[in-house]
Design a protein around this ligand. Structure first.
Ligand SMILES: Cc1cc2nc3c(=O)[nH]c(=O)nc-3n(C[C@H](O)[C@H](O)[C@H](O)COP(=O)(O)O)c2cc1C
Length: 208
């Protein structure tokens, strides 16, 4: 075994170990709105965390001791839209990660199309296969960054045509999401999928 006592590691080393270990990570492309206009940025410290109601979280690190634009906007308007990043929009997503000053609209910089959302004020991105309109439920400040863990309740779901069937099953092949690995430019696709049904207590497999 290779092992480390976290107490002996600096934050950058622990970051490297975490992002190289927790893979692949889904990517949330988050749009927000503040007094200086709309903003879009990707976050891979991201996941779904509950379904009654539907809840998502993402975690935003500090920037020069202050908040990133996404957090600054959420403090002004506690609403946001989380988009799933597909292979088709990866380069545009990458443009949104550029460290532009607060007033710059990354949706425009990336060449995305902004659409009005149904129930929240920040716009959504037309090219994303899935968009979740969210209202802020909680914001936690954690650690020494501090990290801002943003938890939202999904209030409206958007899907491109053909992704959801009549039983609300998602065709992930049509979404074609990418995942974040470690390093300067490491990503993965979902081109090698397999199925493994859940086991029932006493034998057999769970249906559905
Ligand atoms: C794929 C990807 C994943 C990222 N994940 C995170 C993350 O989880 N947390 C974070 O603070 N920054 C993350 N970043 C960096 C932010 O996107 C970047 O700092 C961005 O400029 C923040 O924008 P904002 O200041 O407009 O909010 C990620 C960047 C990329 C390309």
């Amino acid at each position: 075994m290779t092992e480390f006592d976290a107490a002996a590691l600096d934050a950058q080393t622990q970051y490297k170990l975490l992002i190289g270990s927790v893979t692949p990570r889904p990517i949330a492309l988050v749009t927000t709105l503040g007094s200086q206009g709309p903003n879009a940025a990707p976050f891979s410290f991201f996941n779904a965390i509950g379904s009654d109601p539907a809840m998502l979280m993402f975690s935003v690190g500090a920037k020069d001791g202050g908040a990133k634009d996404t957090v600054a906007n959420i403090l002004e308007i506690p609403e946001f839209v989380v988009h799933i990043v597909s292979d088709a929009i990866k380069e545009k997503m990458n443009v949104c990660a550029i460290d532009y000053p607060r007033g710059v609209n990354e949706i425009e910089q990336a060449g995305f199309t902004a659409l009005a959302s149904k129930k929240v004020r920040p716009p959504r991105i037309a090219e994303a296969p899935i968009a979740f309109e969210c209202r802020l439920l909680q914001r936690l400040e954690l650690g020494r960054g501090p990290y801002h863990v943003v938890i939202g309740e999904v209030v409206y779901f958007h899907y491109h045509e053909g992704i959801v069937d009549e039983r609300f099953h998602i065709d992930v092949g049509k979404v074609n999401p990418i995942g974040r690995l470690a390093g300067r430019g490491g990503y993965t696709r979902i081109t090698d999928r397999f199925e493994m049904p859940r086991l029932k207590l006493g034998g057999g497999v769970l249906e559905g």
